[in-house]
Design a protein around this ligand. Structure first.
Ligand code: ATP
Length: 370
């Protein structure tokens, strides 16, 4: 079973909430729809579930076009949040609750409850009531209730949004493990990138109804396809610096950053660029080293604010008029107002063209002109 969206579009009057998206979610794959509020994640999910009809395009579950089918005919399980449990029912009764609408035999219900209890390791507490459970166990029961129906796919809309931070952390890992065992296509909507990065096999990053990039969590983080994805994924946020190409040297390409210049060890796509092309350099806050001396390949920046973060320290810096965020070891303590010299770590540069799309880079081998 797979879920396939072809040019899927949803219009609310003049507003295009979902704009011609193409997406295929494989058998057993967990896909996270990630993006800022209002980008169309929930509308996409509701269209798959049949709670909202598509304005255009197609939804296929396996080989079947389901656009015209009502929600109950699609056999899709959709969970909005992991709701509270019924306090007067036992764990087994709570788990069985969603099955009562399905006209199943008592034997079949017991079999499903046992199966889910095994997957979620709830066997020992099946006879207890929610009041006698640890918080993590309660959440596992809530997950169990969402997946107990023999649906063709699972859809979750911000399932963890109501939980406190600590529980979220443990639940992310647990849900991932459970979903892997089910081997059904699953779509999770979230605006929380950590949730997406830990739970997804692939992430689709959305903006304004469009999909900006679909890739594995690692790929999205290591090779963001455009400026939006680069700025959206990763905390602290990636530094995005507007630069102009000046010329090519034996050590790399010289860029103008405000009044200053910096030589960065890149070529690849830059060989096709004309001088003075306006580009954006992306460097993650952990991808800088502090150099002892200024050099042609360093960026000078003044220390503005120092923010301790436990084992690391976040420095807010100013390079001319550009703000930079740099994470250093907590023992590195430059004085506020002093100047530091930043060198990009090798192979950790991102470059985006005038059209905001990623340019592919190759590091310059030493001594070869860029
Ligand atoms: P959030 O995380 O805030 O729910 P989202 O990415 O899930 O955001 P959607 O809820 O899908 O976004 O909404 C996408 C756009 O469609 C928004 O501009 C929203 O206001 C609009 N929208 C959603 N549902 C309706 C509706 N029933 N009628 C009119 N406009 C709607």
């Amino acid at each position: 079973m797979t879920i396939e969206l072809l040019q899927l579009t949803k219009q609310f009057g003049k507003l295009t909430a979902v704009d011609r998206i193409d997406l295929k979610i494989g058998e057993g794959e967990v896909l996270c729809l990630l993006g800022p509020s209002g980008c169309g994640k929930t509308t996409t999910l509701r269209m798959i579930a049949g709670l909202e009809f598509a304005s255009d395009g197609e939804i296929r579950l396996g080989d079947v076009r389901v656009n015209e089918l009502a929600a109950r005919e699609r056999n899709v399980a959709m969970t909005f949040q992991f709701y509270a449990l019924y306090p007067s029912l036992t764990v087994a009764e709570n788990l069985a609750y969603p099955l009562h609408a399905e006209a199943l035999s008592a034997g079949e219900i017991a079999r499903r409850v046992d199966q889910i209890a095994r997957i979620l390791q709830l066997g020992p507490v099946l006879k207890r009531r929610p009041g006698q459970l640890a918080e993590g166990e309660k959440q596992r029961v809530a997950v169990g209730r969402s997946i107990i129906r023999d649906a063709v796919c699972f859809l979750f809309d911000e399932p963890l949004s109501r939980l406190d931070v600590q529980l979220r952390e443990t639940m992310r890992g647990e849900i991932k493990a459970v979903l892997e065992g089910l081997n059904k296509p699953t779509v999770i909507v979230t605006h929380d990138q950590l949730e997406a990065l830990t739970m997804a096999d692939r992430i689709a990053v959305m903006r304004d109804g469009r999909i900006e990039q679909v890739a594995s969590p690692h790929e999205i983080f290591a090779r963001p396809a455009n400026l939006f994805v680069a700025g959206f994924i990763g905390t602290p946020q990636m530094n995005l610096l507007p630069v102009k190409l000046v010329d090519r040297t034996t050590d790399g390409v010289r860029f103008a950053l405000g009044e200053a210049t910096v030589i960065l060890p890149v070529n690849g796509a830059t060989s096709a660029l004309r001088p003075s092309a306006a580009l954006t350099i992306g460097v993650r806050p952990r991808a800088f080293d502090l150099a002892a001396q200024p050099a042609p390949d360093t960026i000078a920046a003044r220390v503005d604010i120092i923010e301790p973060m436990g084992a690391e320290t976040l420095l807010h810096l100013l390079a001319g008029e550009h703000e930079l965020r740099v994470v250093v070891d907590r023992r590195t303590r430059p004085a506020i107002g002093s100047t530091v010299h930043l060198r990009c770590k090798p192979n950790q540069l991102h470059l985006f063209g005038t059209d905001e799309q990623r340019l592919d880079l190759r590091t310059v081998p030493a001594g070869v002109p860029a």
